[in-house]
Design a protein around this ligand. Structure first.
Ligand SMILES: NC(=O)c1ccc[n+]([C@@H]2O[C@H](COP(=O)([O-])OP(=O)(O)OC[C@H]3O[C@@H](n4cnc5c(N)ncnc54)[C@H](O)[C@@H]3O)[C@@H](O)[C@H]2O)c1
Length: 338
C-alpha cells in the first residue's frame, strides 16, 4: 500500500503521544504512523489499544537511543517525517535521577537527528521532510506575577528535566542552521487529560481522593501553571506539523492559569459531587508537604504567534474538559479495584 507520508512518532504509548498517534492515524488514513516507544513506566499499550490492527499503524518496541534500530526503521518504512515526543517527563524524577533524562532527552534526540540527517540530507525546503520536536514551556524558567513567555524569551531552565529539554531544543535548531535539516519546535504548557501516569498533579489528586488518602500539595500551593487539555495540544500539533514555518518555534498555551491550591480545591469540589460526598469532604485530605527543590513560581504562555500565523487557539472549556478527565480516571481506578 502506498502512503502519502510515513511518520515516525516517538513516545506514542505515553500520555500526549498516545493522543497524537490516535489523531494522526484516524484523521489521516493516507499517512502511515510508526509508533516507537520503549514502554517505560509512563508508556502503556492500553493507551493505544484501539489502534491495533489499523492498516496505517505500526507499533515498534524500542529505544530512541538505539542507533541501529532507528536507522533500520528509517530504511524499512521510508520515514519522511518525525513527530518526536519520547522523553523522560517528570520534574521530580529528574531531581532524583538526572541521568536517564540526559540519555533519553538529549542523546536520544541527537540520535534521531543524526539518522534523519543521514536519510534526508540537507532537505529543508523540499516540502517533504519534517522533524517536529515537542517541548515544554519549562525551558523558559520561571515568571513573577506579571508577564508571559514568548518565543523570544531567553532560555533559563532550572530543573534537570527542563535543562535536558532546553538542550534538545537547541540541538534541533542547530541542525536546522548547520545542516539544513527541516525542523520545527513547539513549547507547550501543562497538559491534562486521559492517559497520564498518576504522578502529575491532576491524576494524583483524583487518585488520592478516590483512595481516601492525603493529597500532597507542595509548599503553600501558590505555584501557578497554565493548563491545556491534551486534545487541544494535539490539535495545535496538527496545525504546526502541516503549516508551521521551518526553523520556527511556536508556543502553545491554554490561557488558563491556576495556582495549585485553587486547582486542587476545584478538583476536590467536582469529586465531592461525583463520589456522592458532602461538600468540602475531599478538600479535607489536602496535606501541605515540603516544597519541591527549586520549584518554579509561575509559567504563563503568550500563544499569539500560533493564533496569528496558524489560526489556532485553545478552546475555553476548562470545566467540561476537567470534568471529563475526572470521569475518565474514576472509571480507570474503579476498574483497577474490581
Ligand atoms: N505532560 C506535559 O504537561 C507536557 C507539556 C509540554 C511538553 N511536554 C512534552 O511532551 C512529550 C510527551 O510528554 P508526556 O507527558 O506524554 O510524557 P510521558 O512520560 O507520559 O510519556 C513519554 C513516553 O515516552 C516513552 N519513552 C521514554 N523514554 C523513551 C526512549 N528512550 N525511547 C523510546 N520511548 C521512550 C515512554 O515509554 C512514554 O510512552 C515530552 O517530550 C514532554 O517533554 C509534556
Amino acid at each position: 500500500m502506498e502512503f502519502a507520508k510515513s511518520i515516525l512518532v516517538t513516545g506514542g504509548a505515553g500520555f500526549i503521544g498516545s493522543h497524537a498517534v490516535r489523531r494522526f492515524v484516524n484523521r489521516y488514513p493516507e499517512y502511515r504512523i510508526i509508533n516507537l516507544d520503549k514502554l517505560t513506566y509512563a508508556g502503556n499499550l492500553d493507551n493505544v489499544k484501539d489502534l491495533e490492527g489499523k492498516l496505517n499503524y505500526v507499533f515498534v518496541y524500542g529505544d530512541i537511543c538505539d542507533n541501529a534500530l532507528v536507522d533500520e526503521l528509517f530504511a524499512k518504512y521510508s520515514i519522511d517525517s518525525v513527530l518526536h515526543l519520547a522523553a523522560e517527563s517528570h520534574v521530580d524524577r529528574s531531581i532524583e535521577n538526572p541521568m536517564e533524562f540526559i540519555n533519553t532527552n538529549i542523546l536520544g534526540t541527537l540520535n534521531l537527528l543524526n539518522v534523519a540527517r543521514k536519510y534526508w540530507g540537507e532537505s529543508a525546503g523540499n516540502g517533504k521532510n519534517l522533524f517536529y520536536h515537542i517541548s515544554t514551556d519549562e525551558v523558559y524558567g520561571s515568571l513573577g506575577k506579571e508577564g508571559y513567555f514568548t518565543e523570544d524569551t531567553s532560555y533559563d531552565p532550572r530543573s534537570p528535566y527542563s535543562a535536558s529539554k532546553a538542550s534538545s531544543d537547541h540541538l534541533v535548531k542547530a541542525y536546522f542552521h548547520t545542516y539544513k535539516l527541516p525542523v520545527v519546535v513547539s513549547n507547550c504548557s501543562n497538559n491534562y487529560g486521559p492517559n497520564q501516569y498518576p504522578e502529575k498533579l491532576i491524576p494524583v489528586v483524583i487518585k488520592q481522593v478516590f483512595e481516601n488518602r492525603p493529597i500532597p500539595v507542595y509548599g503553600t500551593g501558590d505555584n501557578i501553571r497554565d493548563w491545556l487539555y491534551v486534545l487541544d495540544h494535539v490539535e495545535a500539533m496538527d496545525h504546526i506539523f502541516h503549516k508551521g514555518r521551518l526553523g520556527e518555534t511556536y508556543n502553545i498555551g491554554g490561557n488558563n492559569e491556576w495556582n495549585n491550591l485553587d486547582l486542587v480545591h476545584k478538583i476536590c469540589a467536582l469529586l465531592d459531587g461525583k463520589l456522592g460526598k458532602q461538600p468540602g469532604d475531599s478538600a479535607k485530605l489536602i496535606n501541605f508537604v515540603t516544597d519541591r527543590k527549586g520549584h518554579d513560581k509561575r509559567y504563563a504562555i503568550d500563544a499569539s504567534k500560533l493564533k496569528n500565523e496558524l489560526s489556532w487557539e485553545a478552546r475555553q472549556q476548562f470545566d467540561k474538559d476537567l470534568g471529563d478527565t475526572i470521569d475518565w480516571y474514576l472509571e480507570l481506578y474503579k476498574s483497577n479495584k474490581d
